[in-house]
Ligand binder design. Structure first.
Ligand SMILES: NC(=O)c1ccc[n+]([C@@H]2O[C@H](COP(=O)([O-])OP(=O)(O)OC[C@H]3O[C@@H](n4cnc5c(N)ncnc54)[C@H](O)[C@@H]3O)[C@@H](O)[C@H]2O)c1
Length: 284
């Protein structure tokens, strides 16, 4: 989408972090933005702050892991702005423990917010973009954890799912005038580590009991991730990259090169798997 001025965007998880960074940069580029989030107070503050800069933004509260709430948010977007061109399925939670600390509620919460809400965002908003015939763009937030998995947990599973969904939709939606990008951030300075602040009641039990000894491997790993996020990249910079990715129709939007060697190593391991069977004749 080359010309963003006057277009309308719908962004989930827009009250904080990456979603707020993208909302800010798109609004500054002349895009009208419907900002959606589950956290009402943070959303109201974010929208009020942006309005003070003359941005044309509005708030809609929704738990995106509930399809009817996402549908209602889409209707609110149409009621306010008439049409929608850009959708950023971004809301996400760092849910689901590592092996040995799994809970069904944790898997359901993480899959609901990180994956099903993206599926529904495409299902609900795709036809709304198609119907005005001006084209549009969908950005789905995955993660570097959608391309290389450090541990077998729910978060990584959902992020691989978002990458798969986005790669497939990019091919499917291009003839319909809709570009699709997948955003795969590294460490960004946001509140993701404190995702549990927005744990819906129906997922009570999502959190396993805290690891007892403070020096346990899980606690050490979590502390390390918390530190990396706290000193991570500015979400406003991510917002700039996303704006550029929409304008240039980038398939993958990365934020930095830290994990490029790890992803190359994964490709190398996959290639080695193919090499092992090269030249063998499969029985029919
Ligand atoms: N911060 C990082 O280092 C990092 C790295 C890779 C990917 N990501 C991804 O970026 C996305 C944004 O996260 P962030 O880092 O900005 O964290 P954040 O916690 O600062 O922002 C996430 C937003 O999503 C909202 N949200 C949570 N559950 C919701 C629900 N059920 N319905 C609607 N909104 C909900 C939160 O209220 C919050 O405003 C997530 O998908 C996350 O997985 C973040």
């Amino acid at each position: 989408m080359k010309d963003l001025v006057g277009k309308t965007a719908f962004i989930t998880g827009a009250a904080s972090g990456i979603g707020l960074g993208v909302a800010t940069r798109l609004a500054q580029a002349g895009v009208k933005v419907m900002m959606c989030d589950i956290e009402r107070a943070a959303l109201d503050k974010a929208v009020a702050d942006l309005k003070r800069t003359n941005a044309d933004v509005e708030a809609v509260v929704a738990d995106v892991s509930l399809k009817p709430e996402l549908e209602a948010a889409a209707q609110a977007t149409l009621a306010r702005y008439g049409e929608v061109h850009i959708v950023h399925n971004n809301a996400g939670v760092a849910g689901g423990g590592v092996y040995g600390a799994w809970a069904d509620a944790g898997w359901s919460w993480t899959i609901g917010v990180n994956l099903m809400a993206v599926v529904w965002g495409v299902e609900i908003f795709g036809p709304l973009i198609e119907r005005h015939g001006q084209g549009g763009h969908i950005v789905n937030t995955a993660s570097i954890a959608g391309l290389v998995s450090g541990s077998g947990n729910a978060y990584n599973v959902t992020k691989y799912g978002v990458v798969a969904l986005s790669e497939g939709l990019r091919v499917e939606l291009a003839p319909r005038g809709i570009g699709v990008s997948v955003l795969c951030p590294g460490f960004i300075r946001t509140q993701i580590i404190d995702s549990v602040r927005n744990l819906p009641e129906r997922f009570a039990g999502a959190l396993p009991a805290a690891p007892a000894p403070a020096q346990s491997a899980i606690a050490t790993w979590l502390g390390n991730v918390r530190e990396r996020v706290a000193s991570g990249i500015d979400p406003l910079y991510v917002g700039e990259l996303v704006r550029e990715g929409i304008e240039q129709d980038w398939p993958y939007i990365f934020t930095d090169n830290e994990f490029e060697p790890a992803i190359e190593a994964r490709f190398g391991a996959i290639k080695a798997g193919f090499d092992r069977v090269r030249g063998r004749e499969p029985p029919h």
